[in-house]
Design a protein. Structure first.
Length: 107
């Protein structure tokens, strides 16, 4: 996916790096891939629409600090849509962003 987490021990302990990577992979599931995809769509539109860096930062921070991951994990698409619209505006609905909801087998 688009989310990449790199771990390095500078060659001192590849086994430790592998262990940490596996632990992190368990913590950051497919819902984070979906969140990354969604935030990418939001970011593109926010950068076009909002010229103030401070305003953009506020939007991105509010989204990342929201319960979006839990909503994605629970497949609460209508709540996700409401959250986006309430935080950013009606032009940021899932449909208007062009976001394709994942099938039930994915997050």
């Amino acid at each position: 996916g688009d989310l990449t987490i790199a771990i390095s021990t500078s060659g001192k302990s590849p086994a430790l790096a592998r262990k940490i990577r596996e632990e992190l992979e368990g913590k950051f599931g497919k819902e984070y891939e979906t969140l990354t995809e969604l935030l990418g769509l939001v970011r593109k539109k926010v950068l076009e629409r909002y010229k103030s860096e401070q305003e953009r930062k506020k939007i991105f921070t509010s989204l990342v600090e929201s319960n979006m991951v839990e909503l994605i994990k629970g497949r609460k698409w209508e709540k996700i849509n409401s959250l986006l619209v309430s935080l950013i505006g009606s032009d940021f609905s899932l449909d208007k962003l062009g976001f394709r909801k994942k099938p039930d087998t994915e997050s």
